[in-house]
Design a protein around this ligand. Sequence first.
Ligand SMILES: Cc1ncc(COP(=O)(O)O)c(C=O)c1O
Length: 365
Amino acid sequence: MTEAATTLSPAPRARVQAMKEYHPPLGCRDALRLDFNENTFACSPKVREALGRVSAGSLTRYPEREPIEAIIAAHLGVAAQQVALTNGVDEAIHVLFGAFLEAGDELLLPVPTYTMYEVYVSATDARAVTVQAADDLKFPYERLLAAITPRTKIIAIANPNSPSGSIATREQLLEIARRAPHAVLLVDEAYFHFHGETVMDLVGVVPNLMVARTFSKAYGLAGLRLGLLAGPVELMRWVRRVLSPYSVNSLALACLPAALDDATYLDWYVDEVIAARAEFESALDEAEVPRWFSRANFILVEIGPQHTEFVRLMKAAGVLVRDRSGDPGCDGRVRITIGTREQMAKAIVALNESMATLRAGKGAR
Ligand SMILES: Cc1ncc(COP(=O)(O)O)c(C=O)c1O
């Protein structure tokens, strides 16, 4: 390419130029994936059947999401106009930020938290204001309240939070919404099923509250990319203006009613994870690996300076876990997704072996 051609190459916004590309780690054959907080087992068999019923003809047509939005709204106990299905919660975050954040606005975030909030704010002209959790990684409630300014436009709180597992109580969330009436409070309930507490019932009651849910975790549909955003009609209509009408594909829409119908499967999986979480916590305690409290389908553990080697040893033992050392306040910490009890029994063997190797000083330095 000539120099002139290089100079003429269209430049993206400066904010985008400053961003790093995000390449999620890839899986490897036969490894147990405990690095993405997905359902580690399967979706409901009813979803598989629904997939099988999708006709080739139906794939020729653009998907119609409104009838399915009415079904999910009834399931959640909100009005159809209060909910929008999205291409995963990621799209909900992207679209919400795009609809509300202007130059000079602030996105308020307790950190560490879900990485994509900072990615999507970078696609706007607003800036992120972060509130660092203390070393116990508990939800920094008081400091978050103190960080609210007239410029705060969105406050995003994952509840439970990833990677820390920390929890904001309903009272705390209500108080935050009350103290920032000029801002949207987004409560991201991606891990709701493992925690069991929600503020979905306050949608439309608290005028600035929006709630996101995903089908990627407990429901086991991460590959279909399906999430939702719920909020008061007055806020949802702005979101709908910028939401693609076809971003949720026909396969996802065909599967959603079947997923909702199979409460037995969902309950089984959630109970299984909660039982496995307790067993894994005991194993961590026995192995003297410090851990953070979690009400989600993952646990953050303290490995220390040998975190990279720990992740490598776990991988060599067939278990993928996620090094969170790059997250603010998380140096030396690794996040481990909780799967079924059988899967976690394998993870416990890998954990014990890896820790023994590290403690014997046999790991690479
Ligand atoms: C807090 C939180 N929100 C949203 C997501 C992404 O959800 P989805 O797969 O629906 O885009 C994740 C995924 O890890 C998450 O941890």
